[in-house]
Design a protein around this ligand. Structure first.
Ligand code: NAD
Length: 317
């Protein structure tokens, strides 16, 4: 098959692109490199630097494509609170531009990578797709608006759509910005460098942490599964872990002792998140394979930022 992946130089996009290229598909990659790294892509992936709002570029890249994976986005919840306009322009505007270009060229299917963040705080767990979304941040609103645009424009023009609500993904290559870093690579880095692990609130909040290889399996299935068309499907581990448990596992896997601090001044976000995977099982044949502990060990082993031998201070003579 011929694929176009937007945001392909990012954490999830590069894992997907490399997997599809390894399986022998033609993979075209688009990324503006605002945070992505083209070196994460294997030599077989055809990389183009560009903005997802650049429709002429999209018209060219979409020729002959069977399925588009749309991942290009700004991805930080705290950053979206500071810059909601940018999040709207890239995450919503970019999605609309892509759907328009797909309509113009006549592409058959799009897989839109949405987020478990659209659920917000819900009374019931696990979270299932029929619940009314309650987004709590501009990021979550932008992902939900993207879902509506993809499904609405798709229905109007006969484009097959699959919306995947991915929960807290982690693994090798996850972007680690200085401000607002994602929790897992941040804790691993802090533990390995003997730093402090700061939990927002008391660390009792739970999340559904899902390893990148499991996400990639769900994504690849979504391109061809006939039952997934026009559906919204959760992709997670189906397991709920508190941030406190995550800290314990990080310290056990890194064999480090670190100072752990509760910060009562930072909002811990929603209290609980756990994905109901019934639909994913039924429509994608998806079963997560990697536990949190195993995923942390794989991340430590596979991410060169974490598996370097400890450096010794230069000896002074
Ligand atoms: P990432 O930041 O590593 O990847 C996003 C990529 O999009 C980056 O490479 C960036 O350079 C690119 N990009 C940003 N703006 C662009 C633009 N205007 N034009 C072209 N490219 C642009 O983040 P990720 O974690 O790999 O997330 C990928 C997708 O998955 C996003 O849509 C995100 O909302 C979604 N998602 C991620 C998670 C997670 O836990 N990582 C969870 C749920 C959903």
């Amino acid at each position: 098959m011929i694929f176009l992946i937007t945001g392909a130089a990012g954490f999830l996009g590069s894992a997907l692109a490399n997997t599809l290229a390894r399986e022998g598909h033609e993979v075209r990659a688009l990324d503006d490199l605002s945070t992505g790294d083209p070196n994460a892509l294997s030599g077989e992936v055809l990389f183009t630097r560009g903005d997802v709002n650049d429709r002429p570029k999209l018209w060219t890249l979409l020729q002959g494509v069977d399925c588009v994976y749309h991942l290009a986005a700004r991805v930080s919840v705290p950053e979206s609170i500071l810059y909601p306009r940018e999040y709207n322009a890239v995450n919503v505007g970019g999605t609309v531009s892509l759907m328009e270009a797909m309509r113009d060229v006549g592409v058959q299917r799009v897989v839109y990578v949405s987020s478990g963040a659209v659920y917000g705080d819900q009374k019931e767990q696990p979270l299932h797709e029929q619940m009314r979304p309650k987004p709590r941040s501009p990021y979550a609103v932008s992902k939900l608006a993207g879902e509506y645009y993809v499904r609405t424009i798709g229905a109007l023009w006969g484009i097959e759509t699959v919306v995947l609500r991915v929960f807290n993904a982690y693994g090798p290559g996850q972007h680690l910005p200085a401000s607002h870093p994602p929790v897992i690579p941040n804790f691993l880095r802090q533990a390995l460098r003997g730093g402090t692990l700061v939990m927002h609130g008391d660390g009792s909040q739970t999340r559904d942490y899902v390893y990148v290889d499991d996400v990639t399996r769900a994504l690849t299935a979504a391109a061809t599964s006939p039952q997934a068309v026009n559906e919204i499907i959760n992709v997670g581990s189906g397991t709920e872990n508190s941030v406190k448990t995550l800290v314990d596992l990080v310290l056990a896997c890194t064999r480090q002792k670190a100072t752990v601090v509760e910060n009562p001044h930072t909002a811990p976000g929603v209290a609980r998140m756990c994905a109901d995977l019934s639909r994913a099982r039924k429509l994608l044949g998806y079963t997560p394979r990697v536990s949190l502990e195993e995923g942390l060990r794989l991340t430590l082993a596979r991410d060169p930022r974490f598996n370097r031998a400890p450096t010794r201070p230069a000896s002074r003579t």
